[in-house]
Write a protein of this length. Structure first.
Length: 226
């Protein structure tokens, strides 16, 4: 009986020690560099079937850099798979291409962002660019959500959509009517591509979303209130 009591007491003491050690153990946390800078990384590939020339930004923040690199490499991989399947050179088609460029790189005290333009050509009249707004919390490396971006403007999605339609209506090439109207409706999918800058949040529309291809990638700018 005494042995059982002693064993129970020892177990309680051991459990308490373990809990104390866990409580004192340092928590794993993300630490962003005090100073971040923008550098250009490049992927270059040239074969008889396809070519790749992809420039993309790296900020010296591992979690952010890895996500941006993965987005570009995913686009390159898709192009390579398509070229290997279609064999454009073997079938006397133009060489497939993948180009990537970036602009509007921003490093703020709270957010890091950049605009990526990934353009693939796999035949047809022109290449097809895709715009990616890369937006991250600087302190955690987490991706900024649409709701967080809207909060920076102090506006709801409905209010942003109304402002977008008003701005688009000012340009004859981007009238928000007919088949182009739904592309700027108050739907989260329509405003999923955005870019956080120092003083504003830019909402970007993909080719063919709100206007013909010739109109490019229209965008609207909403001032930040925080």
């Amino acid at each position: 009986m005494r042995k059982s009591i002693v064993f129970a007491l020892l177990s309680i003491v051991l459990a308490a020690v373990v809990l104390l050690l866990v409580a004192r153990a340092p928590m794993q946390s993300f630490t962003a560099p005090a100073q971040a800078t923008v550098a250009t990384s490049t992927i270059t590939v040239s074969t008889t079937e396809y070519t790749v020339q992809a420039d993309y930004p790296q900020f010296g923040i591992p979690a952010i850099d890895a996500k941006i690199k993965a987005d570009v490499e995913s686009g390159v991989s898709d192009l390579e798979k398509q070229a290997l399947q279609d064999k454009p050179a073997e079938n006397h088609f133009p060489t497939y291409t993948f180009d990537a460029q970036y602009s509007d790189a921003h490093i703020g005290p709270d957010f890091v962002s950049a605009r990526l333009v990934l353009a693939a050509y796999t035949g047809g009249a022109h290449e097809m660019p895709v715009i990616i707004g890369e937006n991250f919390h600087r302190d955690s490396g987490q991706i900024v959500t649409l709701q967080e971006a809207l909060a920076l403007t102090g506006k709801t999605l409905d209010q942003v959509a109304a402002a977008a339609k008003a701005q688009l209506a000012e340009n004859p090439d981007t009238q928000p009517t007919g088949i182009w109207g739904p592309g700027s409706d108050s739907d989260p999918k329509n405003y999923a591509t955005f870019l956080i800058q120092k003083d504003n949040v830019v909402f970007i529309f993909q080719p063919y979303q709100v206007a013909p291809y010739a109109a490019g990638t229209p965008e609207i700018s909403i001032p930040r209130v925080k």
